[in-house]
Structure formats: structure tokens, C-alpha cells
Write a protein that binds this ligand. Structure first.
Ligand SMILES: CC(C)(COP(=O)(O)OP(=O)(O)OC[C@H]1O[C@@H](n2cnc3c(N)ncnc32)[C@H](O)[C@@H]1OP(=O)(O)O)[C@@H](O)C(=O)NCCC(=O)NCCS
Length: 176
């Protein structure tokens, strides 16, 4: 199967929303309140991604992973670090906001490919370090460790209507 990573286009909003809802419902069941997951709808998420892609210059801050003949099976969004409770002295300039791959397509190198391309893109914009927040209970954090991320921060975040512990994994000196 041919898998590619490319910049998102405005027409990808619906496909990204589908992946978003499906990965949230599989990843976060048992971690965040059920009623939030049950209410998540593709239409509302499509609206969110339509706006997000329009705001981001030609979709350049969103990448999609595509399986030829299938469509979008993963995505990542990223940009300047948001104000986020990172301790003084450990400032990161860039942030990975989202990174999701459909369950059937996990473990095939797409997460790594999306993350690497996001880092290259951040670095090309002059952002030389990056942070990503992950729920402490989400095994995806071991993926970030595998990718060289270092535990850099911790916070109680308001996530999908619940107060939950989030861990910040950081990368300094992003590869150019
Ligand atoms: C986390 C996620 C993006 C990783 O993407 P992926 O395509 O499955 O990962 P890859 O196939 O690129 O894996 C790259 C390496 O990390 C390892 N890895 C992946 N997930 C791992 C995990 N949960 N724990 C430990 N190692 C992991 C792989 O074995 C591989 O190792 P290798 O270098 O020896 O080959 C994906 O599993 C996912 O979308 N998970 C659910 C959603 C989620 O939690 N997203 C993060 C929100 S903050």
C-alpha cells in the first residue's frame, strides 16, 4: 500500500474530521468522559477543520497521511508554542498541537513520518524546538520517548471537560 505525507488542502477538512472523531473515540475511551466522546460529531469537527485550514496559510500547518485509494488516514497540526504552563527556563518555540493515525494504519511508520515532517516545517519557519502535550494515561507517550522526546513539563489541563494530568514532551534543536 502506498502511503504518503503531504500538506493538507482546504478540501481535506471532512476527511481529517473523520479521522479525528474515530481516533479520539478509540484512544480516549476510559481516559476522558464518555459523554464527551459520544457527543463528538463529524459535522462539528468538519466545521472546526474547515476554519482551521482557512486560517493556516494554504493549509501549510496541517499535514495529512494518505493511503492511496483509501484517503486520509492520519494528520498532524503544529505551529508556534501556545501559552501553556511550561516552567521558566525551558521555553519551547514550536508546538505539535495534534497527531493522530487511524488504528488500522498505526505501526506502519506514519506517526514518525508526520512528526519528522512537522519538525522540518517548524524548523524552516525559524522555530527551533518543539513541545507536545499528551495525557499521562495515553500510551502514545512511549511513542514520543521513542522519537527522542524528553519529559519537560507537567500540568493539570482542562481536557474535554475534565481536569487531567498532561505531560509535556520536548525536543530541542530540531533537525533542519
Ligand atoms: C501515537 C501515534 C501517532 C504513533 O503513530 P504510529 O504510526 O502508530 O507510529 P510509528 O509506526 O511511526 O512508530 C514509530 C516507532 O515508535 C514505536 N511506537 C509507536 N507507538 C508506540 C507506543 N504506543 N509505545 C511504544 N512505542 C511505540 C513503534 O514501534 C516504532 O518503533 P521503531 O522505531 O522501532 O520502528 C499513533 O499510534 C496514534 O495515532 N495513536 C492514537 C492517537 C494518539 O494518542 N495520538 C497522540 C495524542 S497526543
Amino acid at each position: 500500500m502506498i502511503l504518503v505525507v503531504r500538506r493538507a488542502r482546504p478540501g481535506d477538512a471532512g476527511a481529517i474530521a473523520r479521522v479525528h472523531v474515530e481516533t479520539w473515540q478509540t484512544t480516549y475511551a476510559g481516559l476522558i468522559p464518555d459523554n464527551y466522546l459520544v457527543r463528538m460529531g463529524r459535522e462539528e469537527r468538519t466545521g472546526f477543520w474547515t476554519q482551521a485550514l482557512a486560517r493556516m496559510h494554504h493549509g501549510s500547518h496541517v499535514l495529512v497521511a494518505e493511503a492511496k485509494g483509501v484517503g486520509v488516514v492520519g494528520f498532524s497540526s503544529f505551529g508556534p508554542a501556545r501559552a501553556n504552563g511550561v516552567p521558566l527556563g525551558s521555553r519551547f518555540t514550536g508546538e505539535i498541537y495534534t497527531l493522530y493515525v487511524l488504528p488500522d494504519y498505526q505501526g506502519r511508520g506514519l506517526g514518525r513520518a508526520l512528526l519528522r515532517q512537522a519538525f522540518t516545517s517548524l524548523s524552516a519557519r525559524g522555530l527551533d524546538s518543539a513541545l507536545i502535550w499528551v495525557l499521562a494515561g495515553n500510551p502514545a507517550r512511549f511513542f514520543y520517548e521513542r522519537m527522542g522526546g524528553k519529559r519537560a513539563a507537567e500540568r493539570i489541563g482542562s481536557f474535554a471537560g475534565a481536569d487531567l494530568v498532561e505531560l509535556g514532551y520536548g525536543w530541542r534543536d530540531l533537525p533542519r
